[in-house]
Design a protein around this ligand. Sequence first.
Ligand code: NAD
Length: 291
Amino acid sequence: MSKLIDGKAFADRLCDTLSSEIASLKQAHQLSPCIAVVLVGEDPASATYVGAKVRRCEQLGIDSRSHHLPATTSEADLLALIEQLNTDPEVHGILVQLPVPKHIDSNSVINAINPDKDVDGFHISNAGALAVGQNNMVPCTPLGSLMLLQDELGDLSGLNAVVVGRSNIVGKPMAALLLQQSCTVTVAHSRTKDLPAVCREADILVAAVGIPHFIQGDWIKPGATVIDVGINRIQDSETGKNRLVGDVDFAAAKDVAGAITPVPGGVGPMTIACLMYNTVRAAKNQAGIKD
Ligand code: NAD
């Protein structure tokens, strides 16, 4: 049986540290970190994610300003709001919950955010900075996954890492972070030939595919560390109730992997904790306070 990597406990510890840091920023520098959260439309999953983020802000003492816009909002109006937030000195972080409605170009929205306030780390200049090792704002899910890996394994250098998935928000930045840690990185995707054989080479296997139970137990090298990024809602065949599962067949993988993140309770809580982390970093940077 593999070791369970407890992302919730790690995220709670990170948030405790941030909470103390925020209290001292307020006291010593009169700096109150603030994030603006923009939600366009009524997508229930997005509303749930935004709610969880705002609640974490409240727990930590981060100010949050919610902007909930109707689904019919034009791209021009959304860009105007972003520009207003870009120039507001009291707002240190801007998060536009994705996806935005289809009539709005998400790249235009992401790239309209001041890169120093881009706490999601999706702006093209933050992606470029990560690619050349000059990290500014790093996407939260890969950042949190890396923290879990370093906590579990220590030095990652020389390890074979396979990232399954090449999205801009998870797969690509995850690969860039692992390369910075001197892993030998393979990025696999929907066109990869013989994916099971590629996965079996991995000391570190990161699954970011979006297909429930996709990675099979016999694709995993015995003793490998498995980070399951997937969040998939499925109906339980026995109870009929909805439940969350990852991209890895956990029941099979847990007998092979050395360590594995559960879903829920693995990467998910780290994503929100790293959003808080990025918001505090952004506030300090904008106030000229060194880490
Ligand atoms: P995406 O749909 O943008 O990308 C999925 C990737 O999987 C693509 O690059 C694609 O090439 C690859 N893929 C698809 N089918 C494949 C196949 N048959 N074989 C190999 N590769 C295949 O998804 P994403 O935004 O990167 O998210 C991936 C998963 O992570 C989803 O389940 C999502 O819900 C989850 N997610 C979780 C968090 C979190 O906080 N834990 C954050 C973001 C995303």
